[in-house]
Design a protein around this ligand. Structure first.
Ligand code: MG
Ligand code: MG
Ligand code: MG
Length: 308
């Protein structure tokens, strides 16, 4: 049997990480690479589960770590601290990603397709087109779902004109009412009731590092900031214990209102000054309201990163 090549997105996988892994498997199999297999690095969130149920397909298998020399394709991330255990020893053959490049190194040449689009799936769409590979309904829905998720239905400032065009075309291919499907899908991800505070702060958390300072920016989507803030004090307690356990200089939780495109943040740690200076605000009771802020990649991370 052929040796397998695993394709996976980041830890605490979001919709783009899961769907772009599944789409990549389809794309590269159609291109003649038969031994590729999608994997996931953690639990599937409720938004992604909505998509899998809609398509009646299974999530990729869980991958806990990789052995030395394991061949892998990375999607939707490149930073090693967001990747699988053992990634330093793996053989990274390909990266398809729309994030900054940091904490990444390989010893051998590779394919690296980085585009500043709103979503990894938009890059994959372009690969289908460039290679003359047919897009069928299943992969069209997976890619459309990724774009809807990452761009919050094209409302995030990460959205490019190309994302808009691609989503429209995918809607046509899949014969899908994007607005209706998209809102249902996003709402499915805002049902946070069954999660403990510890789970809530790690559902969509990104571990980052700069000048030896470890920090985390986590995000949850909601249709009511007020509802989530009812658990504010317990969320703060969970964040404080995470900071202590992991030796973090800063933990920021963004509670993002997907209907009105704003975020309430809770920021704790010895480097909260990076948040206050980055946004020109003063935290009150560890929190602040950030008008018009919805994107970790384009708004939260750059402001915090340059002040830390
Ligand atoms: Mg992602
Ligand atoms: Mg993404
Ligand atoms: Mg995201």
């Amino acid at each position: 049997m052929d040796k397998k090549i695993y394709i996976f997105g980041h830890k605490n996988p979001d919709t783009d990480s899961i769907c772009s892994s599944l789409v990549s498997e389809i794309l590269y199999k159609k291109s003649g690479i038969s031994n590729v297999e999608a994997r996931r690095l953690g639990n599937v969130n409720k938004e992604t589960q909505y998509i899998l149920d809609y398509l009646k397909i299974q999530a990729p298998e869980l991958l806990e770590n990789v052995e030395e020399g394991q061949e892998v394709f990375l999607v939707d991330h490149n930073e090693f601290n967001q990747s699988v255990e053992g990634i330093e020893k793996a053989k990274i053959l390909r990266v398809t990603d729309h994030h900054r490049i940091a904490n990444f190194e390989t010893s051998e040449p590779l394919y690296y397709n980085a585009k500043p689009y709103g979503c990894t799936a938009t890059i994959l769409f372009e690969e289908f087109k460039n290679n003359g590979i047919e897009i069928e309904k299943k992969e069209a829905i997976l890619m459309a779902s990724s774009i809807i998720s990452d761009t919050l239905l094209l409302k995030s400032p990460t959205t490019t004109e190309f994302d808009k065009k691609v989503l429209e075309e995918l809607g046509r291919i899949a014969d899908l009412d994007i607005e209706k499907y998209g809102l249902e899908m996003l709402k499915a991800g805002t049902d946070l009731d069954d999660f403990s505070e510890e789970e809530l702060i790690s559902l969509d958390a990104k571990a980052l590092e700069k000048n030896g300072s470890k920090f985390v920016i986590a995000q949850v989507n909601t249709v009511s900031i007020e509802d989530v803030m009812k658990r504010g004090e317990s969320l703060k307690t969970a964040i404080k214990s995470k900071i202590n356990n992991d030796g973090l200089a800063l933990f920021v939780l963004a509670i993002t209102d997907i209907l009105n495109s704003n975020s309430q943040i809770i920021a704790i740690g010895e480097r909260v000054d990076a948040v206050e200076n980055g946004f020109g605000i003063e935290l009150e009771n560890d929190t602040a309201f950030l008008e018009g802020v919805v994107s970790r990649k384009k708004q939260l991370l750059p402001q915090i990163d340059k002040n830390i």
